[in-house]
Design a protein around this ligand. Structure first.
Ligand code: GLU
Length: 441
């Protein structure tokens, strides 16, 4: 860690993600001198390669805009590079390195053969028209297409990149590469190679995982109050499944504040989350304006100020601080499953773990999204489409298997499960063993 800190000062998210994994695997690593001999850790923390490119496009006013684009191919030990694209104004190489590093372990947990990658741009979709989004995606792909391929690197969505963006990206890829293999991107539309349930998969998988955490602790999800952060694709899928399982979603949030929903979110409100996402306004207050009888907007507050049983961060890294964790617990929260990547700050995780709160990390909880991308790749490669029931069954099985891996590697002396350790060690063992078997490359 000291070496990395000196080498990459200021790359705080990347250093935070690496530190969490190294702390978890320390004991296991020391039991395997062959890992040390092959310098597995030193090799694993560095991306295989990073592409950086300029993206120039023209906005609706006719002004020329320039953004930066990136693709980080992190690790290919267990399969081709796989991971999403993030379009957000705060995107930096440090952010994408942390996400690519996490993705490597997450993908290993899914049981599917996928390496880790991440990419994106500092392009800010907020307030942009549909035409601007299309022109940006097309300009982005004029560089990206040369780095990707169905057996090489398969991007998908992430924050700021959903079905609409994947459509524009795929259209431009076909035109440039003159290749019509749908397997080059996942998260596609259902009529042109996309998997049924991919849009819902991250949220559904997160709720299946949460159910396993609860069952293992002798609890049930029905009737529980759930606070969600965000209102994008992940929060949307989580709200649908939580409601189906009989839980009550009592909060959603946005950069402008939180909507408290004391009676629980309804189907109409869940549908409206999609309208809010498509508007590019990035305001959760719109929910309270549209449903004034059910949702009360509080400006500047987070979802963690609303009393709940279960907290599900679904928005952005480090969105839940130690102070937030204390407020949640003081208000009765007893479980937090991270759905966003690295959604909790280290202080929050320590606070949860030291106060007996059930806590599970993003790389286990949210792996259903990329796992269903893997299922989309399989369908594309074999030119078939599975039914919703087939995909949901496979997603269920994968989330159960991830939970079992956490139990295997994370069971403590007192019988409780340290899900952070469990997920990190399980992912590490798989990637490290593959690297070792493939020699020094
Ligand atoms: N961006 C998602 C993640 O963080 C999905 C990636 C994918 O489907 O490739 O796992």
């Amino acid at each position: 860690m000291a070496g990395l800190q000196a080498k990459y000062p200021g790359e705080s998210e990347y250093l935070q993600a690496v530190q969490e994994v190294l702390e978890s695997i320390e004991d296991v690593y020391n039991q395997h001198p062959e890992f040390e001999k092959a310098k597995i850790v030193e090799r694993m923390v560095e991306p295989d390669r990073i592409f950086t490119f300029r993206v120039t496009w023209v906005d609706d006013q006719g002004e020329v805009q320039t953004n930066l684009g990136y693709r980080i191919q992190f690790n290919s030990a267990i399969g081709p590079y796989k991971g999403g694209l993030r379009f957000h104004k705060a995107v930096t190489p440090s952010m994408l390195k942390f996400l690519g590093f996490e993705q490597t372990f997450k993908n290993a947990l899914t049981t599917l053969p996928m390496g880790g990658a991440k990419g994106g741009s500092d392009f800010n979709p907020r307030g942009r028209s549909d035409e601007e989004i299309m022109r940006f995606c097309q300009a982005f792909m004029t560089e990206l297409w040369q780095c990707i391929g169905p057996d090489q690197d398969i991007p998908a969505g992430d924050v700021g990149v959903g079905g609409r963006e994947i459509g524009y990206l795929y259209g431009m890829y076909k035109k440039l590469a003159r290749e019509y293999n749908t397997g080059v991107l996942t998260g596609k539309g259902a009529t042109w190679g996309g998997s049924i349930l991919r849009p819902e998969a991250t949220g559904f998988g997160a709720l299946y995982f949460t159910q396993h955490v609860l069952h293992h602790a002798g609890k049930d999800i029905a009737g529980k109050r759930i606070a969600l952060s965000g209102f994008g694709n992940v929060a949307w899928g989580a709200a649908i499944k939580a409601t189906q399982l009989g839980a009550k979603v009592v909060a959603i949030s946005g950069p402008d504040g939180v909507c408290a929903i004391p009676e629980g979110i309804t189907k109409e409100m869940i549908d409206y989350m999609l309208v809010m996402r498509a508007s590019n306004r990035d305001r959760v207050e719109d929910m309270a304006t549209r449903f004034p009888d059910r949702a009360q907007f509080v400006a500047g507050k987070k979802a963690w100020s609303i009393p709940c049983d279960i907290a599900l961060p679904c928005a952005f890294q480090n969105e839940l601080s130690e102070e937030d964790a204390k407020e949640l617990v003081a208000n009765g929260c007893w479980c937090c499953c991270e759905v966003s990547n690295m959604g909790c700050q280290p202080g929050a995780i320590h606070y949860f773990q030291h106060n007996g709160i059930l806590f599970a990390p993003g790389k286990a909880v949210n792996a259903g999204g990329v796992a269903t991308s893997g299922l989309e790749m399989t369908q594309n490669a074999s030119h078939i489409s599975w039914t919703a029931m087939e995909v949901d069954d496979k997603l269920h099985t994968i989330m159960q298997c991830i939970h079992e891996q956490c139990v295997k590697y994370g069971t403590q002396e007192d019988g409780s499960i340290d899900y952070v350790k469990g997920a990190n060690i399980a992912g590490f063992m798989k990637v490290a063993t593959a690297m070792l078997e493939q020699g020094i490359i």
